[in-house]
Write a protein that binds this ligand. Structure first.
Ligand code: NAD
Length: 341
């Protein structure tokens, strides 16, 4: 019998989880896309051509799978997102079309992303990247210009108090003695109490935090959430860190506030356009650290995530319900591939 075709978009998929690849190869015909695909600037038709006749797809942060693409690939039965953020998959369309979407939930991905967030906060507060550049540019003697900020007793404002936000809160509260406040309209009071974190409205959080860190998904509601008006109200000398999605912050307004000297430093693992264009003004600012969307990239997390993806895909094609389903409502619809639910 012909094996189902699995198209694997992230080139590094399985590199740190050989068992996962081995198991997948027994069930699927594995197809890695050529280098530098899928790109965000590709047309739908180019994407359709690349993915054509796929029964299953593993997709990372690049490229998009929208309704038109799903409709144009009738063989497609399941999409596995190698991550948590689902903003590059049109989830409602998948549900309506009977396509199951799995993601990296329940793989403890929050551990790596939270630790990376903490690394960015510290790098901003102690100007690590600037300091490294000075030494390597033979400017060691300028060390007195590299004065940092202590975190103990400072206020940390967390926007989006989900898995990652909560882990960041634990580390910064217990490890660094920060006072932690958070904004999240969808989390009940009990969770705030459990973590010893004070619930705050967004405007007060923005104007009173010494460090702001963003952990919401990108949705129509969170796009441009940190807009020009809110950025103008940020406390003078604050640090902003974003490991969620670039479009949550208005980058133009952020640049203006940094240039006006109102923001101490900024750590961004994500930008509105990825990779950022060379002439993006953020790229020219010394107190802005930009990294290439690597917060989840640890050997441990990738091994767990890649193994989980393989388990879910194999379960699905053996007729079972996968564990990490992002659109469970799909099981109320006629599935493109029938399984026991
Ligand atoms: P999560 O679903 O556990 O938490 C997200 C939280 O945001 C939820 O508690 C939700 O209630 C809250 N939220 C939703 N809309 C909001 C709004 N309008 N205002 C305030 N809060 C709102 O997700 P998570 O695991 O903590 O991940 C958060 C995001 O981080 C993901 O959606 C993804 O985009 C991003 N992420 C980035 C990387 C990376 O490599 N940089 C890796 C993993 C996740």
């Amino acid at each position: 019998m012909k094996k189902p075709k699995l198209v694997i978009v992230p080139r590094s998929y399985g590199k740190y989880a050989h068992n996962a690849l081995e198991k997948l190869s027994h069930v699927f015909d594995l197809n890695y896309l050529p280098m530098n695909n899928l790109r965000n600037d590709m047309s739908d038709n180019e994407i359709i051509k690349l993915l054509n006749e796929a029964d299953a797809i593993i997709i990372g942060g690049y490229g998009r799978i929208n309704r038109h693409i799903m409709e144009s690939i009738p063989s497609l039965k399941i999409i596995a997102k190698r991550g948590i953020g689902l903003d590059n998959i049109e989830l409602n369309a998948a549900t309506e079309l009977g396509i199951v979407v799995t993601y990296a939930r329940h793989t403890m991905e929050e551990i790596s992303v939270a630790e990376y967030t903490v690394a960015l906060i510290l790098a901003c507060a102690r100007r690590l990247v600037e300091a490294d550049k000075k030494v390597k540019a033979d400017k060691y003697h300028e060390r007195a210009s590299l004065i940092g900020i202590e975190l103990r007793n400072k206020k940390l404002g967390i926007i989006g108090f989900g898995a990652i936000g909560r882990r960041v809160a634990q580390i910064m509260k217990n490890g660094f003695g920060m006072k932690v406040i958070a904004y999240d309209p969808y989390v009940p009071d009990e969770i705030f109490e459990e973590y010893g974190v004070k619930r705050m409205d967004l405007d007060t959080l923005v104007s009173s935090s010494d460090v702001i860190t963003i952990h919401t998904p990108l949705t129509p509601e969170t796009k441009n959430l940190i807009n020009e008006e809110r950025l103008r109200r940020i406390k003078e000398g604050a640090i902003i860190v974003n490991t969620a999605r670039g479009a949550v912050i208005n980058e133009k307004a952020l640049v203006n506030q940094i240039k006006a000297g109102r923001i101490f430093a900024c750590g961004l693992d994500v930008t509105a356009k990825e990779p950022p264009e060379k002439d993006n003004p953020l790229m020219l600012l010394n107190n802005v650290i930009i990294t290439p969307h690597i917060a989840a990239f640890t050997y441990e997390a990738l091994k767990r995530i890649d193994t989980a993806i393989a388990e879910d895909l194999i379960a699905f094609f053996s007729g079972k319900r996968p564990i990490r389903v992002a659109n469970p409502e799909v099981f109320n619809k006629p599935l493109r591939f029938k399984i026991k639910v």
